[in-house]
Design a protein around this ligand. Sequence first.
Ligand code: NAD
Ligand code: USQ
Length: 390
Amino acid sequence: MRILILGGDGYLGWPQALYLSEKGHDITIFDNLSRRHFDLERGFNSLIPLQTLHERIAVWKALMGKQIHMRIGDVMDYEALAAIFQELQPDAVVHFAEQRSAPYSMIDRKHAVFTQTNNVVGTLNVLYAIKEFAPACHLVKLGTMGEYGTPNIDIEEGFIEIHHKGRSDILPYPKQPGSFYHLSKVHDSHNIMFCCKIWGLRATDLNQGIVYGFETAETALDTRLATRFDYDQIYGTALNRFCVQAVAGSPLTVYGQGQQIRGYINLMDTIRCIELAIMSPPKESEYRVFNQITEQFSLNELAEMVVEQSKHFGLEAQIKFFPNPRVEQEQHYYNATHTRLIELGLEPHLLSETVLASMLAFAIAQRSSINQQVILPTVNWRDAQNEVTP
Ligand code: NAD
Ligand code: USQ
């Protein structure tokens, strides 16, 4: 298949491009490199050094004899985006190209506006480009489990049957997002569903949980193919951060009481889920939602697992409860349905001791690159102006 990967230089997009290229698909990456720019601007770093996108692609070609095509461009630039749809006529487009950090979106007005503009307008451009130039193309869009928040009932996959005053209907599941970033995904979902209805587009909205892990079978082939690994307070996510903190000798930064429960997924399963979605496309006019998680944990459970596993490496990791910089429920019910990808054939890689040990070993190998200055949280949801760099 001809597959366009928007945001193909990122943590998930790059290993996705390699995986699908390895399977024989014709891959084109479209990325504006904005994620790399943020690190340069702030002095942050991926734990493992990154090759340029040009070098990554050249290494892949030299190793595997497979060409991944590349276009540096911005989904906000409609002419550039439209041109690539027109030229490529993709069978599927995987849309990763968004600002994806909740803390980034809560820094101040400027960052909130950027996040929502980049994500919502970018996705609207993608929808128009499909409509105008490749109407049969399947949009595979990365959403987030955080669209649902933490309701006191089971979370369904996108829709819920409601009985009200003697009548019933199947309606979009209620949304209670917890940051301007998570809100941008809700706005995207509404726009995508609407375009499927009015124009007959076909789309899969993947409400993905928190991804952990540092490599896939393809990135492991050569260190120059490594994907980024963020551990800073803005882009680092819970489990990845805890592993680096354990190795750095910093306390594990559990926010609030640590009883917040979230859905998690291994990087290798993310890549496979997207392949499964691509290979079983929806019908014309169909908007479907899959919950892309494999397990759920509380933060305390994760932190304790990291502390236990660290002991095998002679590390004395400590947990520290920080006053929660976010506004979120700290004690809540959480049970999210996630059967649709399993039905399509997903065989999950669960969070085992072996997986945790490999993440810690990876962080130990990169120990000299850890920048302690970027670990502690400085972005508070209650404030309209936050400083990022201490
Ligand atoms: P990332 O920041 O590493 O990658 C995103 C890529 O998109 C970057 O290379 C960036 O340069 C590019 N990009 C951003 N805006 C763009 C624009 N306007 N035009 C062109 N390129 C642009 O993020 P990631 O972790 O790989 O996440 C990818 C997607 O998956 C995001 O939509 C994110 O919301 C979603 N997601 C991620 C996680 C996670 O834990 N990482 C979990 C759930 C959902
Ligand atoms: N948390 C800590 N300590 C930390 C970092 C986070 O206790 O050092 C807590 C947060 O308060 C929150 C939970 O861990 O309760 C998850 O935070 P996170 O930063 O790991 O994840 P989140 O902000 O939700 O965002 C990440 C990705 C985002 C994706 C989302 C999936 O950055 O792109 O959409 O995970 S989900 O959480 O399902 O919405």
